[in-house]
Design a binder for this molecule. Structure first.
Ligand code: ZN
Length: 142
């Protein structure tokens, strides 16, 4: 069951995403585009004192890309930039199979593990990592 591509939690997040919409006063913005699937994700953050005080996204595309963005915004609230960089690495490395995705690194971020099944569908991995690439773009742009 854990390996199913479309777990309920993914469908729920795709249907009613968390933290979706523009973010007033954003300090960082980044965009991601996945041409293979046509997905877009834009991320906007407010970084204060080295912490992610708020993060929103907007975008369009398949359920995996939008659910991953929604789960990401949930996981990132309140993290330090260092924690967020570590989580991004764990998630993206886990997706491409470099490390086990259900590693302890993701455990505190619960629902993210719902995306673990995507690993078995190589064409969809870019859908799942798109929001995270947009996040990295946002944080490294300054
Ligand atoms: Zn997609």
């Amino acid at each position: 069951m854990l390996d199913d591509l479309y777990q309920d939690i993914i469908l729920e997040h795709a249907r009613s995403p968390c933290h979706y919409g523009p973010l007033e006063g954003a300090t960082h913005r980044g965009e991601g585009y996945n041409p293979a699937c046509g997905d877009t994700v834009s991320v906007a953050l407010i970084v204060q004192d080295g912490r992610i005080a708020a993060v929103h996204f907007t975008g369009a595309g398949c359920s995996i890309s939008q659910a991953s963005a929604s789960l990401m915004t949930q996981a990132l609230q309140g993290l330090t930039l260092e924690q967020s960089a570590r989580l991004t690495r764990s998630f993206c490395d886990g997706m491409v199979g470099a490390v086990p995705l259900e590693s302890d690194a993701l455990a505190p971020y619960g629902d993210l593990a719902a995306l673990s099944g995507v690993r078995h569908f190589p064409l969809r991995i870019k859908c799942a990592t798109l929001a995270w690439h947009a996040l990295e773009a946002a944080l490294h742009k300054q």
